[in-house]
Design a protein around this ligand. Structure first.
Ligand SMILES: NC(=O)c1ccc[n+]([C@@H]2O[C@H](COP(=O)([O-])OP(=O)(O)OC[C@H]3O[C@@H](n4cnc5c(N)ncnc54)[C@H](OP(=O)(O)O)[C@@H]3O)[C@@H](O)[C@H]2O)c1
Length: 371
């Protein structure tokens, strides 16, 4: 064999070997510690933590140090927390590629949960927007615990008087995702026709209400058991996905928000106006490539078609939180609560979210006496 072929094969083998090592490293789960350390501080708080990746059994309730308050920070006593698919993605560390950020082998941040609602307990000296006693909601790492701390301008808003702690706890990720899908990415205009695939879940129940508030004609795709729920949220039409495939109808939409990803992009494009917009929010479950496929396919398809095809990665912004608070205060959006779980039952709350059957939001009661 010629020298340059030998070199080429050698290099290929080296790359393949390196790739195999990376795949093994990224999918490896470190052992779970048998003894989870707990804080002995008199100020300690109860919180859910995870010291390894895996199923709901990796979630442990323990005593942790209470977060400290910086100059611009707000310390919030959490009353209720919202559960999202994001929580079990972090719990399992899947799709594995996310471990490049969340930690290889085990999570680099042991706290669990993001969406919270509660009462301001203390503020830093430089805080101007909040004071102790304010009812607030938002997003912060460690929401499945008695206290969270957050800079005052990072996705915290006052809970309107007509909204309960439990309702507010369900807003964060799902509400912001729905708003950014419809408004920022979807550019929805009054009078347009929008279809929301997955209208009965956390994101969908917000999306139906926000789209109606924006003056759109709304079609929600859900199963028959959720038909009345979705119509009650203001949808003009409902398609039962167990009876009818929405990609096979004659109607065309200006905007489609896809929270499910159960049809190929080309099939969904069939029911999109020639210059319509598709915003892909959710996709298939999987440890490796399946959840990433919509993003990869979008990169290849979007540049070559007139329709606008985009994937969304929602960001918890202050602007979005304030807008959702205004919509709730005006009675345009009311969070839908499906099931409530006590903190001690956190594993079942996450397992229920993972089942994919939630109707609206799943709520974890952190401080039931304050509800
Ligand atoms: N891109 C982002 O930034 C972002 C942000 C938030 C969430 N997400 C993703 O978006 C997706 C939705 O999130 P979510 O919080 O709404 O989830 P969810 O609350 O768990 O959604 C559950 C709902 O989906 C419905 N559903 C299941 N299969 C369906 C189908 N084939 N057609 C229509 N509806 C179906 C279920 O109704 P039935 O029980 O009746 O089937 C259930 O009501 C998830 O994949 C999540 O990971 C992405």
């Amino acid at each position: 064999m010629k020298k340059r072929y030998k070199l080429g094969f050698g290099l290929l083998g080296f790359l393949a070997g390196g790739f195999a090592v990376l795949l093994v490293a990224i999918s490896r789960n470190a052992d779970c510690p048998t003894d989870v350390p707990s804080s002995t501080s008199p100020d300690a708080m109860t919180a859910v933590v995870q010291h390894c990746y895996g199923g709901p059994e990796v979630l442990t309730i323990t005593r942790e140090d209470r977060p400290t308050v910086g100059e611009k920070d707000v310390l919030i006593r959490v009353v209720a927390a919202g559960v999202n698919p994001l929580d079990w993605h972090f719990m399992r560390g899947t799709p594995y590629v996310m471990r490049l950020m969340s930690g290889m082998g085990k999570p680099s941040d042991q706290t669990v949960g993001v969406d919270f609602a509660g009462t301001v307990e203390a503020v830093g000296a430089g805080v101007t927007r909040f004071k102790p006693g304010d009812r607030v909601f938002g997003g912060a790492n460690g929401a499945f615990g008695e206290y969270v701390v957050r800079p005052e301008d990072r996705a915290i808003a006052v809970i309107p008087d007509n909204i309960s702690f439990e309702q507010a706890a369900g807003v964060g990720i799902a509400g912001v995702t729905a708003l950014q899908a419809l408004k920022d990415k979807g550019q929805l205009q009054s009078g347009e026709k929008v279809l929301i695939n997955g209208a009965s879940g956390g994101v969908g129940t917000f999306a139906v209400q926000i789209a109606k508030a924006m003056g759109a004609e709304v079609t929600g795709v859900c199963s028959g058991r959720n038909r009345e729920l979705v119509l009650g949220l203001g949808a003009d039409y409902v398609i039962d996905y167990k009876v009818e495939n929405f990609t096979e109808q004659d109607k065309q939409y200006d905007l489609i928000v896809d929270n499910v990803g159960n049809h190929s992009i080309s099939r969904v494009r069939d029911v999109l106006q020639p210059t319509g917009r598709l915003v892909i929010v959710g996709g298939k479950k999987g440890d490796w490539i399946a959840p990433l496929l919509p993003t990869i396919k979008t990169m290849f398809i979007a540049p070559f078609v007139d329709q606008e095809i985009q994937t969304l990665l929602a960001v918890l912004t202050q602007e979005a939180m304030d807008e959702l608070a205004s919509m709730m205060a005006a009675g345009q959006v009311t969070p839908v609560i499906d099931q409530r779980f006590e903190l001690a039952d956190v594993r079942n709350a996450i397992a229920y979210s993972e089942s994919g059957r939630a109707r609206g939001k799943i709520i974890l009661e952190i401080d039931p006496e304050a509800l």
